[in-house]
Design a protein around this ligand. Structure first.
Ligand code: AMP
Length: 228
């Protein structure tokens, strides 16, 4: 059983790396942002409550987040473990989490701020299947069209310049300090998020001592990314 958390600023490739790791080792990829986006898209009661926070780039209040994470982890649909992406993001969430779950490692992806901003601005999302693209490193074969389902590629509602600034400020103010807390517990595995996705993935696997395991570290195209 492997239980990992993946952290890093917006644009650091958390979702991409978590997806590859999960597919490679038969783990369940749990993205808190994806769960919230599903609720927004499907206009649920929770979706209506979280939409404003998300669009403004602010963190959703802790009690809503912890309820969603608890609900998701209680489903227990993994045999080999999970990669949790987007949680915890502040001190209260970390306390709740570290007390309740036995985590093997926290993968911390580092990225300079200007690279993060450039990447977020080039990010596109399929409006139909949710697949992630990046016009710098993970381009679709036909511009504006999803390789996986033919859906229309759109910009994420929270990828506006203002929301990007708020999200990065939230990350530096609230999320980065918890890395120190986790480092003290010797859970942190740090990787540089600047190189190409294949290189970052190989480094993550090497640092987690997973090199001999079955799944490929590199994948052929954006089409197989992030089908969660
Ligand atoms: P992400 O897809 O991880 O960038 O998350 C998108 C948005 O969902 C964030 O900007 C927050 O508004 C919200 N969100 C995701 N995870 C959390 C969390 N752990 N705590 C609070 N808000 C979150």
């Amino acid at each position: 059983m492997r239980k990992y958390v993946i952290m890093g600023p917006q644009g650091s490739g958390k979702g991409t790396q978590a997806g590859r790791l999960a597919r490679g080792y038969d783990l369940v990829h749990i993205s808190v942002g994806d769960i919230f986006r599903w609720h927004v898209q499907n206009r649920t009661k929770l979706g209506t409550r979280v939409q404003r926070y998300m669009n403004e780039g602010r963190l959703v209040p802790d009690e809503m987040v912890s309820d969603v994470v608890k609900w998701r982890l209680d489903i227990h649909d993994w045999r080999h473990g999970f990669v949790l992406d987007g949680f915890p993001r502040n001190a209260p969430q970390t306390e709740f989490f570290v007390e309740s779950y036995d985590i093997d490692a926290v993968i911390a992806i580092a990225l300079p701020e200007e690279t993060a901003i450039a990447r977020i601005q080039s990010r596109r999302l399929c409006s139909s299947c949710g697949l992630d693209y990046n016009l710098i490193q993970l381009r679709p074969h036909v511009p504006g069209v999803c390789d996986n389902c033919g859906g229309r590629l759109v910009t994420r509602a929270d990828d506006t310049p203002e929301a990007i600034r708020t999200r990065l400020a939230e990350y530096h103010e609230k999320t980065r300090p918890i890395l120190e807390l986790l480092r003290a517990k010797e859970l942190i595995v740090s990787v540089d998020g600047t190189p190409a996705p294949d290189v970052v993935q190989a480094e993550i696997r090497r640092k987690l001592k997973l090199v001999d395991a079955p799944g490929p570290a590199n994948e052929p195209s954006a089409a197989v990314e992030a089908i969660r």
